[in-house]
Design a protein around this ligand. Sequence first.
Ligand SMILES: N[C@@H](CCC(=O)N[C@@H](CS)C(=O)NCC(=O)O)C(=O)O
Length: 193
Amino acid sequence: MNYTLLGSQTSPFVRRIRMAMENIPFDFKELNIFETDDALTLNKYNPVNQVPVLIHEEFRILDSRHIFNYLNKIHKFQELGWEEENQLTIIEGAMNSGVNLLLMKRSGMKIDEPYMFVNRQKERLDSVLDYLRPYLEGPALNDWNFITMTLYSFLDWGVYRGILNLDLRPECHKFLEHYKNKAIVQQTAIPKV
Ligand SMILES: N[C@@H](CCC(=O)N[C@@H](CS)C(=O)NCC(=O)O)C(=O)O
């Protein structure tokens, strides 16, 4: 099939694609996007300078959601109805907020100050996790699919980066516990440094 995936081992957007590609051979080209040479490589493929990027035959597919849709057409993973598309959009909204907060933290900006931008990100994270509670408590435990792959990647990353505090969210812990021993979850685990 000749797929190449450009990505990093920590990105939740990349991880959900690696999970979806569990049974599909591909070359994983790991990039450190904040390092000059790799940043230049990435920029050649994606002017937005974000991972993941999928390269396949004459195509270059940008954005993890588009990559999933592209692969889904070929490999028929699962049908996504409008409500499932909404679910993905909601989780991605939270993922983007989490990444924004991490980039601010890494830039030395204060994310404990009550700036409007910071509060908007934090409120979005809380709102999404509140909204997902009934799903996490029930349906999410019954089906390993692109939505649960996305959720796993997001929650695990958020805890690892210190962006999510799940102390008062037992349903999130239960969900992570439920899937943590799956082979693909272990194979794509964020390296502990
Ligand atoms: N909408 C994009 C978001 C991808 C994204 O935010 N990737 C992060 C890594 S987690 C990234 O490359 N960030 C670098 C940057 O934004 O400068 C997708 O779904 O692929």
